[in-house]
Design a binder for this molecule. Sequence first.
Ligand SMILES: [Zn+2]
Length: 61
Amino acid sequence: MAKRDGCPICGKPTQDEFKPFCGRGCKDRDLLQWLGEGYRVPGERVDPNAQSGLDTGRDAD
Ligand SMILES: [Zn+2]
């Protein structure tokens, strides 16, 4: 698999714990933007255990 150049939000090197982002801040930001497409912004929806399906490209439904 080709590695990403860096965090898609700010371009910094990614961290395994937060990939493909550089850290929790950018991960949260991207998640909020993503959710903003069709969901209300939740208070807390970051699940550190749900990172295995980042590239599944699932539909919102
Ligand atoms: Zn970043």
